[in-house]
Write a protein that binds this ligand. Structure first.
Ligand SMILES: [Zn+2]
Length: 451
């Protein structure tokens, strides 16, 4: 990873505590990243959290090494901080009265940050909630915090004292370090919840999977897929609002507007496709007819260590071969959902898709079969996929704490999370290798209706 150095011309916002005395400043930034444009974006997002407006890019990002800063105390110090934390910055300000001078001041993040930035918008949207049930309407009065991973039967199976490890949703963690997730201990009452259903619809629709053990009925399979899809839809709608707001705020900045516009357009495209897939599942649910739902379930008698509910547009298979080009906005994307399911003995990974996504999902599953023939390590392949493709997961505390430090680091580095899909290019072989010999997952059999 490269270390980019750049400077930005900034002014304090009215809520900045230095607004009275400081007219402007040059912010020198050291950011570790592979891409100069993304490094610049990350620097800008951090600066805004400290209540500064970005006026212009004074010096664009250039790749630097430690040698560039030999003999420059502040430069060298910040270069080293960036190596440790991924980002570092120093502001050199000038006083409004052009006379006063101040010594070094440690800048503090504004208390009003949550109120006056894009985050407040997202928070309001997440809190407000809306019912995504196919028959939503007048009777959806009480929106609840619906679990996208079951509390009973999944989260409670792996929890220790009511807690599990899950990926931090703290936006600062994501911006500071967009390539690695941060796992923190969280209560199972809040993990995986989203305000995407009203109480009546949630209880009624998901009763067959919340109240009954999974027995591979097509209705249950569809309901797992549907819940996973609705949760993603909810998250992506919020993400689109975030990038739209960022774009609006920066559309006069030549350097930033393109980045935010790209993020906005990519999210919009992903969301448009989610809505198309939701329509298909809505139709199946409405008429209670499920022949268009295809599935594969891998079953194990083991105790679970990770529970999850996710989906993705498969872009590369388990052999590293391309399946569909996610940047080609001229065609619709095929979608694959995958969920943890509790079973009579042990648990299973349920893959489910609508038949119209078979062109991608069938070759995807076939590539997994090829890998299993080759090395018989199905557990490693599925574990790698769950970690890389699903940010909506929870890990058993005793298992996580029993891992070696290096194993936890490898999982953290491979883990997907909000924002990562937007800010990081995908490597073609991300499902082909990595995270071997960690999970100790073994699957005894598979159930499918694939021809
Ligand atoms: Zn409802």
């Amino acid at each position: 990873m490269a270390t980019f150095y750049f400077t930005l011309r900034v002014t304090p916002t009215s809520s900045n505590r230095h607004a009275d005395e400081v007219e402007g400043a040059l912010a020198s930034c050291w950011v570790c990243d592979d891409d100069p444009q993304i490094a610049l974006t990350r620097g800008c997002l951090i600066i805004e959290q400290y209540d500064w407006d970005i006026i212009d890019v004074e010096d664009p990002p250039v790749v630097t090494t430690e040698e560039n800063f030999i003999g420059k105390d502040i430069g060298l110090e910040n270069y080293k901080i960036a190596q440790e934390y991924g980002i570092s910055m120093v502001f050199g300000g000038w006083a409004k009265d052009r006379k006063s001078s101040y010594g070094p001041v440690k800048l503090e993040r504004s208390d009003s940050y949550n109120l006056n930035t894009y985050l407040s918008e997202i928070k309001n949207l997440s809190k407000k909630g809306r019912c995504l049930h196919y028959d939503a309407g007048g009777r959806c009065s009480k929106i609840i915090n619906a679990h996208s991973i079951q509390k009973q039967g999944a989260l409670s199976l792996i929890a220790g004292e009511g807690e599990v490890y899950a990926i931090s949703r703290n936006f600062s963690d994501i911006v500071r370090s967009p390539r690695t997730a941060t796992f923190t201990k969280q209560g199972i009452n809040t993990v995986s919840t989203f305000r995407g259903f009203c109480e009546d619809h949630d209880n009624e629709l998901f009763e067959p999977i919340d109240k009954y053990m999974f027995s591979s009925t097509k209705q249950q399979i569809l309901l797992y897929a549907y819940r996973s899809l609705c949760r993603e839809l909810f998250v992506k709608e919020n993400a689109l609002a975030l990038w739209e707001s960022c774009y609006e705020r920066h559309k006069n900045h030549n350097c930033l507007k393109d980045t935010f516009n790209n993020l906005r357009v990519a999210t919009e495209f992903g969301l448009k496709n989610l809505l198309l897939h939701k329509d298909k599942l809505d139709s199946c649910l409405k008429i209670q007819s499920y022949p268009e739902i295809k599935y594969v379930i891998f079953c194990t008698n083991q105790q679970p260590s990770v529970v999850f509910s996710g989906l993705f547009y498969p872009d590369f298979d388990f052999l590293g071969r391309p399946l569909q080009d996610l940047s080609d906005h001229s065609r619709n994307l095929d979608l694959l959902t995958f969920c943890f399911v509790p079973m009579d003995k042990g648990w299973g990974i349920l893959f489910a898709w609508h038949i119209e996504s078979s062109d991608t999902c069938v070759p995807f599953m076939q590539s997994l079969a090829s890998r299993i023939c080759e090395d018989n390590c199905i557990g490693d392949h599925l574990f790698r996929m769950v970690i890389s493709c699903c940010e909506n997961l929870a890990i058993q505390p005793t298992w996580w704490e029993s891992l070696k430090k290096k194993e936890r680091e490898d999982i953290t580095n491979a883990a997907c999370h909000d924002g990562a899909d937007m800010l990081s290019p995908i490597k073609y072989d991300y499902l082909a290798k990595g995270l071997e010999n960690i999970s100790e997952w073994h699957f005894e059999n598979a159930i499918t209706d694939m021809e």
